[in-house]
Write a protein that binds this ligand. Sequence first.
Ligand SMILES: [Ca+2]
Length: 392
Amino acid sequence: MNTTRKQTRIAGAAALLCTLLAASHAAEFHVAPGGSDANPGTEDRPFATLERARDEIRRLKAAGPLPAGGITVELRGGDYELARPFQLTAEDSGDPNAPIVYRASRGETAKLVGGRVLADWRPLADPAVLDRLPEPARGQVWQADLKAAGVTDLEGIHGATTYQSDPGLELFFQDKPMTLARYPNSGYMRIASALDDEGKPQAGTVTTAKGAFLCDDPRPSRWVNERDVWLHGFWIWDWADRRIPLAGVDPAARTISLGPREGQTFGIRTGQWFYAENLLAELDSPGEWYLDRDRSILYFWPPPPLSSGKAVVSVVRDLVRLDGVAHVAFRNLLLEAGRGSAFLIKGGDSVRLVAATISSPTTCSSTARGPSASTPAGSAGPRAWAFSRRRS
Ligand SMILES: [Ca+2]
């Protein structure tokens, strides 16, 4: 055997050994808020984004089988401001013997943040706007320009045609959800009488194209000049809520009209309950806010001084989206300030959410079927999947 052939065989054996070693040990990538996506993703030189780690795993999978023991993506402590949802599809799956795990570094808090901090606040001083404010709020309300803060998607009611609508953009202060200016400040108003299409009061449920009803509370007379008002109500059933834009108020007739709902009818039942929200004229208590979507100005009465905490508006809808994903786990992550769901899981198999803390988005939802299993915070239940925080 000549020297060249011997060297070639040794090199080939070494490459095979490396491949076998790589296939027999779990792989690990690191991500850190101060990292760079130009880095190799090692502990010393971490990536900056989850997407970069995901793409690296895709490359690894394209080159050969997953390493036995799977792949771990370790997130150092800190805030990860998401520009868009973190999305995984079937190609990002692990397998039963090689799961893919996204987790916080031990003892550290890794936050996936879907919101933007509002830092530039000014006292509300516009006389025309002050004039619309209730007396107790004057001198208490601050304003922020969302467009100047880079927030251009001022989404309002989301999913208005379902029973699970949400208010779109929300405001959080000191990590707590603030209240879209509403009336009443707690509790509900009542439908005194649902009106049929001829305008006649009906005792029971009315199916109507007009969506009008009588209300004994005189308060709506103050809303005549308000725009973009929503009524959040339980219109027929106590378990089925829906947000509907307010079409108009007739103070003399004490009539409230819902709408518009093109080509659709309303179901309204006498005695059911609702409240009104997104009204500057009802911003009258600490913690309430209102968004003027025409001017991109958010008005806020901070409960403690603004300097005592961060004010954040939600921007990214559904922070983590998993579609057809299998054998992937998320461990010890904190998700906050998103719109809609923290995790949106469609289909797939064996997706696990372990010790996830969801601080601001409203729900965690799944349309998984068959053998899918994901595990809510602190739970060992293999087939339980959903947890949510609904706001009253
Ligand atoms: Ca109020």
